[in-house]
Design a protein around this ligand. Structure first.
Ligand code: ADP
Ligand code: MG
Length: 353
């Protein structure tokens, strides 16, 4: 009850917004379930030319997304983009829409950054706020990738500890926050909260096949099909333990690690082709490596070389994340304690000068 009262009081004093408060700016994204704009407040248009807020106008799935964002704000706010407010907007011609508002975290997602020729050095400059004078090479790239992976796993661990599985982890849903100089997770539209009982299994089409783990459903229980609003059912932490639904996100995070190590796997078409190859190898990365390494391009070989640094701890971590059986995949917390992260990352690099 204390929690309830606190949440209520906090909500009461937080600014609330209405439809007419916003001036729409650039469209940032458009999917089947909503449109995302950069916006500014009408009463405060000079705050920033392009607007320092982000607005998502969502379909019925927006109800779940508001719920998840409210929960994240209270339980693990630094993991995700800073959520301000969500409400039901009824006056729209399109019928009821959910409007969600966040602080604008920055211009670039991890996807944008990975598609640059300069990756991962562009990320190094953003995290450290300066350009390094050290020579470029595998060692340094590995440290930058390690720092990114640590930040992503740190955010995931906090989400999972809260009881939330994201289910749509991919570079497009990881934003670089210019304020905190860290990566944060966005887009909780497909997320599930299993501890509190928001047990919402979206239709298959909600999952992005490029990053989805082989298991179709993260919980093996009988669950209702997509409802229009959150439904409460009694699901215990015991079920969480049995099904390890968080390992779905770990698989996706493993694919991001893979894409960072292998530039050629960053394009959609090559990632899809990789997924086909991996399926043929029964989702065994070691077999995949055996199959491709003998006739690998220089670029592909360079990726293996990066993962093989320091006795192959990078490769070891990768193979503990991308596995067929959820049960055999590492958790975010265990991954963070992996020797791959023992070496100091980027910050050490800036002290070395
Ligand atoms: P969807 O994928 O459903 O269209 P997202 O929540 O992923 O919606 O947002 C779409 C895009 O908008 C993101 O890929 C990102 O580029 C941008 N974006 C979303 N939230 C923020 C934010 N808080 N700060 C900056 N950009 C954001
Ligand atoms: Mg998205």
């Amino acid at each position: 009850w204390d929690m309830f009262v606190l949440a209520f009081v906090e909500r009461l004093f937080r600014p609330t917004y209405r439809k007419d408060d916003f001036v729409l700016g650039k469209k940032l994204g458009e999917g089947a379930f909503g449109v995302v704009y950069r916006v500014s407040l009408a009463k405060n248009p000079s705050s920033k030319k392009e607007g320092d807020l982000v607005l998502k106008k969502a379909t019925e799935y927006g109800a779940v997304e508001i719920w998840m964002n409210e929960r994240v704000r209270r339980a693990c706010s630094s993991s995700c983009a800073d959520f301000l407010y969500g409400f039901l907007e009824n006056s729209s011609k399109k019928g009821a829409q959910y409007w969600l508002l966040w602080r604008f975290e920055g211009e670039a997602t991890l996807s944008d950054l990975m598609l640059s020729k300069d990756f991962p050095y562009n990320v190094e400059a953003m995290i450290l706020g300066e350009v390094q004078a050290l020579p470029k090479g595998l060692e340094r790239e590995n440290r930058i990738i390690q720092t990114i992976m640590r930040q992503v796993l740190f955010a995931l661990d906090a989400l999972h500890t809260t009881g939330i599985v994201h289910r749509d982890i991919k570079p497009q849903n990881i934003i670089f926050s210019e304020g905190s100089r860290t990566f944060k997770i966005i887009d909780l539209g497909a997320a599930a909260d299993l501890r509190v009982g928001i047990n919402y299994i979206p239709k298959e089409f909600l999952l992005d096949p490029r990053y989805a783990a082989p298991e179709q459903y993260i919980m093996s229980t009988q669950t209702p099909s997509a409802p229009s609003a959150p439904v409460a059912t009694a699901l215990s932490p015991v079920l969480w333990q049995m099904n390890l639904p968080d390992r779905f996100d770990i698989y996706s995070a493993g694919l991001i690690f893979l894409q960072m190590a292998f530039p050629s796997l960053r394009s959609d078409s090559n990632l899809i082709q990789f997924n086909r190859q991996l399926k043929r190898c029964e989702y065994d990365l070691v077999s995949w490596r055996k199959a491709v390494e003998p006739r690998a391009s220089l670029e592909l070989r360079r990726g293996f070389e990066l993962l093989d640094l320091d006795g192959g701890i990078g490769w070891e971590l990768l193979t503990s994340m991308v596995r067929y059986k959820a049960r055999q995949r590492t958790s975010a917390k265990t991954a963070l304690a992996h020797p791959y992260f023992d070496r100091e990352g980027l910050l050490a690099l800036s002290f070395m000068q």
